[in-house]
Design a protein around this ligand. Sequence first.
Ligand SMILES: Nc1ncnc2c1ncn2[C@@H]1O[C@H](COP(=O)(O)OP(=O)(O)O)[C@@H](O)[C@H]1O
Ligand SMILES: [Mg+2]
Length: 259
Amino acid sequence: MLEIKNISKTFYKGTEEENQIFDSFSLNIEENTATTILGANGCGKSTLFNIITGEIQMDSGEILLNGEKFSDLPEEKRALYIGKVNQDPSMGVCPHLDILENMSMALKKGKKFTFRKLVNKENIEPIMEKLKEIDLGLENKLRTQVKFLSGGQRQSLSLLMATFKRPQILLLDEHTAALDPKTSKIVMEKTKSLIKKEKITTLMITHNLKNALEYSDRIIMLEKGKIVLDIKPQDINEEELREIYNSKISEEEKLRLVS
Ligand SMILES: Nc1ncnc2c1ncn2[C@@H]1O[C@H](COP(=O)(O)OP(=O)(O)O)[C@@H](O)[C@H]1O
Ligand SMILES: [Mg+2]
């Protein structure tokens, strides 16, 4: 479904800071699967997402989506096929706009619109229905500015916005990392039910091994631009996964790990 073929990327090529991230890296993602990507800080996980979205240009290689050459499309065209949620709760939303305006924007993704005519009356009902799905009572707060929501509410809203117009691929870049464990669990459950219901092919970056085991069909570990582990959760237990993971990350990172 998503084919990443022989991609290479080096930042600051030919300078002292030259930083090779990928050298002919390939990865195939099957339709309607949830894949977790693990790996030490700085190993290139977010760069991979940014190459898929077109935010970062690769040096060579190609990306195909449903057999078509996706990497030839400009970033704004690719955005029509991709939903993305980042770690930072303010990135997927406009904090100064209210919930209704944010959801209206998500609905207008890919279409031209003016802020004056952002909210169409006929969209209010479907927006409320959609908000009810995440069961946080946000449908009763349509006129609340998003900056007043909690981190968990914002990440849930981001997720809803990223999937409102069903994307072909959903990219989750540590989307629960900034949340406390309890809220993180709630957002992960909402993520799971959304992607199962809409059958969205998902790639998720996390440092949380429990989440990786519980919420994905496939776990991949990256190290120095290579896949060093590619396994199904049912074929490994948490201790084994932690042992492999700990052997790939620094002592400093281990201390920060949430179990
Ligand atoms: N836009 C960029 N310009 C230059 N260097 C970058 C850029 N994005 C990421 N890098 C570098 O690439 C490496 C991988 O970063 P990243 O993909 O963010 O890692 P992570 O696996 O933690 O998400 C890091 O050394 C980072 O500094
Ligand atoms: Mg990252």
